[in-house]
Ligand binder design. Structure first.
Ligand SMILES: C[S@@+](CC[C@H](N)C(=O)[O-])C[C@H]1O[C@@H](n2cnc3c(N)ncnc32)[C@H](O)[C@@H]1O
Length: 216
């Protein structure tokens, strides 16, 4: 028997191992939220995002898409600063908490519960001028990462910015594989990697800024 065919999920054309990795990632994330407040859910918007929204070279408010919005701290922050925000997360309970937070803040945000790598064409059509990702991509199984890049490329306005925080390879547990600058250059065709700034964590972390080229 052809092993490759034996292992593939006919609906998605992924291997059993890839499917198992997706399930493991989702379960681990769900468990973080089930257990209470995950360690990343500090309620504080990172200064790197604040700088892009309020700093001397602030972006003009436009449409923003947050990939992996968790309980909505940054989505609410952006909405409060005049952005039209769409936000997606894989974990239903995180999105529920985010909706409550947005309602309490009196801001209107389009939340979606689902996989950022599998957004339907009609879901969150954009175009967006800002994408924000706080260690979502670095936990996505590698076989779904080109789909993630395609989701953003299809929805990016010319010159759109992707601000991404990511853990380097080996910085997280075995389930989450991390991200490098070279990987982003390879996967994000039509984008320029404009900046890589190391994070301040004890393990390797990075703030990446990518810009969608006007023509590509
Ligand atoms: C480190 S947390 C950050 C959450 C939030 N942005 C914050 O600052 O608190 C990463 C988030 O990405 C979400 N995530 C991971 N993979 C995802 C995927 N494929 N699609 C959507 N969300 C995903 C997780 O559920 C988690 O809430």
């Amino acid at each position: 028997m052809n092993q490759d065919h034996a292992e593939r999920d006919p609906a998605e054309r992924i291997t059993a191992a890839e499917k198992a990795q997706e399930v493991a990632v989702r379960r681990e994330l769900e468990e973080y939220y089930r257990a209470g407040r995950p360690p990343w859910d500090t309620g504080v918007t990172p200064p790197e995002l604040v700088a892009r929204v309020e700093g001397p070279a602030a972006l003009p408010p436009g449409r923003a898409l947050e990939l992996g919005c968790g309980t909505g701290t940054n989505a609410v922050y952006l909405a409060r600063h005049g952005w039209r925000v769409t936000a997606v997360d894989l974990v239903a309970s995180a999105v529920q908490r985010a909706r409550v937070k947005a309602e309490a803040a009196g801001v209107d945000i389009a939340f979606h519960h689902g996989d950022a790598t599998r957004l339907d064409a009609g879901c969150a059509p954009g175009p967006f001028t800002l994408f924000f990702d706080l260690s979502c991509f670095c936990g996505i199984p590698p076989h779904r990462r080109d789909a993630y890049a395609a989701v953003l490329s299809q929805r990016a306005a010319p010159g759109a910015e992707l601000l991404m925080f990511g853990y380097g390879p080996g910085a997280l547990d075995d389930v989450f594989s991390g991200v490098t600058a070279d990987e982003l250059r390879d996967r994000f065709a039509g984008w320029d990697l404009a900046d890589v700034t190391p994070g301040t964590n004890p393990v390797p972390t990075f703030w990446f800024t990518l810009r969608r080229r006007a023509h590509d």
